[in-house]
Design a protein around this ligand. Structure first.
Ligand SMILES: Cc1cc2nc3c(=O)[nH]c(=O)nc-3n(C[C@H](O)[C@H](O)[C@H](O)COP(=O)(O)OP(=O)(O)OC[C@H]3O[C@@H](n4cnc5c(N)ncnc54)[C@H](O)[C@@H]3O)c2cc1C
Length: 186
């Protein structure tokens, strides 16, 4: 059973998965590979001078897998349901899974959030707090689905990281910082 199920594998979802998997949470990413990134070329992602969006996806998926996440590029999520005593059941085209946390990262497609009846803002985006948590505990929404027009890859990745840090802080029972320093790096 995964600790964290990420729905959508664009920059937001992969970023969330990178942090949670790297820090010991069993993490699965379900994706249908319809990310806008396949239409983009990035000159505005700090640390990367120039990269096609598709190449960015290949590199980032590899990075996330390197850190232990299970990234499924062709498994669509069809339903997410809260479980009475906490956690969620995630139904996909292949199977059903229980997870303690769900991170929604489905781009501009907000249909799963609508089905879950989370609160929406007046502009039609999913209403989240600074940690990207929705009105349902342990359910996060990240990236294009929580933004009216600020659609940039680095912003989506930041949203995913915020969700992951909040999940990790809950799990560790204190504010968690994913700090690596040169002495630690193998
Ligand atoms: C033409 C164009 C050019 C762009 N150029 C730039 C640029 O130069 N620089 C920049 O920073 N940004 C650019 N962007 C914006 C950038 O692509 C987005 O900000 C970014 O992709 C949003 O990331 P996301 O993770 O929120 O959503 P997405 O990248 O859209 O990823 C969502 C993922 O969720 C998957 N998904 C959806 N529903 C399900 C489901 N039910 N089950 C499983 N998977 C699901 C989709 O298949 C998709 O892979 C551009 C966008 C476009 C359209």
């Amino acid at each position: 059973m995964p600790d964290v199920a990420v729905v959508g594998g664009g920059p937001a979802g992969l970023s969330a998965a990178l942090f949670t998997a790297k820090n010991g949470l069993e993490t699965v990413v379900f994706d249908t590979d319809e990310t806008w990134m396949h239409k983009a070329h990035l000159f505005n992602y700090p640390g990367i001078r120039s990269i096609s969006g598709s190449e960015f996806m290949t590199v980032t998926r590899g990075q996330v897998r390197d850190r232990g996440a299970d990234v499924r590029e062709d498994e669509e999520v069809t339903d997410v349901e809260p479980i009475g005593d906490g956690g969620f059941t995630v139904e996909t085209t292949d199977d059903a899974y229980d997870a303690d946390y769900v991170v929604l990262a489905t781009g501009a497609d907000r249909s799963i959030a609508e089905d879950l009846a989370v609160e929406f803002a007046d502009d039609g985006t999913v209403d989240v707090d600074l940690d990207t948590e929705t009105s349902i505990d342990d359910l996060y929404a990240t990236g294009a689905m929580v933004r009216d027009e600020e659609w940039q890859a680095v912003i989506a990745a930041g949203d995913g990281a915020s969700a992951a840090l909040d999940i990790l802080s809950k799990e560790k029972g204190e504010h968690f910082h994913d700090f690596d320093v040169p002495d630690d790096v193998a």
